[in-house]
Design a protein around this ligand. Sequence first.
Ligand SMILES: [Fe+2]
Length: 163
Amino acid sequence: MHARAAETQSFAPLSEIWGEQLALCDALEHMADALPAGLDKLHCLRLARTIPAVVDRAHKLEELLLFPLLQDRAAASPALAAVIDRLRYEHLEDDAYAEELYDALSARGWGHPKPSAETLGYMLRTFFAAMRRHIWFDRDVLMPLLLAGSGEEAFVDLSRSAP
Ligand SMILES: [Fe+2]
């Protein structure tokens, strides 16, 4: 019980950054909902700057706190190796999307007409939907399984059914 509490506490920075990412998703969703008319240039520039900073910090924290835990388990549970590969790939994908969205929001923030409201809306929705799915998987599926000490069977299911 004591060890479990300590383990949970050491993951507090992850909970915080996941919370920050979800708040960012909400802000991006608001922006998408207000399109095409309600685009504030300063808000675009602020969000553009926030996106790569938050994504980068989230990845570093996950790689620091979550991945070693997964790697420890992978020694005894080979199915986990596939989950780790998937998570690494997701981080690369997130980085690419974050960079595209940074460019798009910066362009609109500086007054360029492109991307169009339609394209920007699509980019915003793609980004925050992927980020919410990613957090759901890491926070609500993977983390509880790791903290509960799940065995091989759970991870085989996980690598098959992950969204
Ligand atoms: Fe992740």
